[in-house]
Design a binder for this molecule. Structure first.
Ligand code: ZN
Length: 158
């Protein structure tokens, strides 16, 4: 049995998410993040990636990107959370999602989309409803720029 299933998400009300079908231990690989390996030149020239924060585009190295915006990439359904329980990992041309906390059966699997902080951060409101939600999809390291209360957490984490 796969450790995840697709279900209507509580975070993205119009969309879906991945939910744990069993308890998943911290450090466990959950699912591969698959797609088309394209050259950086291709992603630079494709208007599909014009947005500064393409959710499904991953930089693999200085030559290649991974375009995960394909229907057979189930991992693209994973939502962002400010209190994510999983995260992206990669090696070579491969990317996968690993649990960074123990995840209980029935919990939604979430990642940190890793968006930087810049002038258009308000385009991406976060609806994760976790206690530490900063209101926008911005990577952990930059959240203090939106709300000073995150500055303290940042120091502790380091
Ligand atoms: Zn949030």
């Amino acid at each position: 049995m796969k450790p995840y299933k697709i279900k209507k998400s509580n975070i993205d009300r119009n969309g879906r998410g991945l939910y744990a079908t069993k308890n998943i231990k911290e450090g466990t690989k959950i699912i591969d993040y698959i797609g088309h390996v394209i050259t950086r030149k291709q992603s630079d020239e494709n208007p599909k990636f014009d947005n500064n924060k393409p959710i499904y585009l991953f930089n693999l190295n200085n030559r290649y990107d991974l375009d995960g915006d394909v229907s057979w990439n189930t991992a693209r359904l994973i939502n962002h959370s400010c209190n994510n329980n999983a995260d992206y990992e990669g090696k070579g041309l491969k990317i996968w999602i690993t649990a960074i906390k123990d995840i209980k059966k029935g919990e939604e699997i979430t990642c940190d989309y890793g968006f930087g902080y810049d002038s258009d951060y308000k385009q991406f409101p976060c609806k994760c409803r976790s206690k530490n939600c900063c209101g926008y999809i911005v990577r952990t390291e930059s959240r203090w720029r939106i709300n000073k209360k995150f500055k303290k957490n940042l120091r502790i984490n380091r």
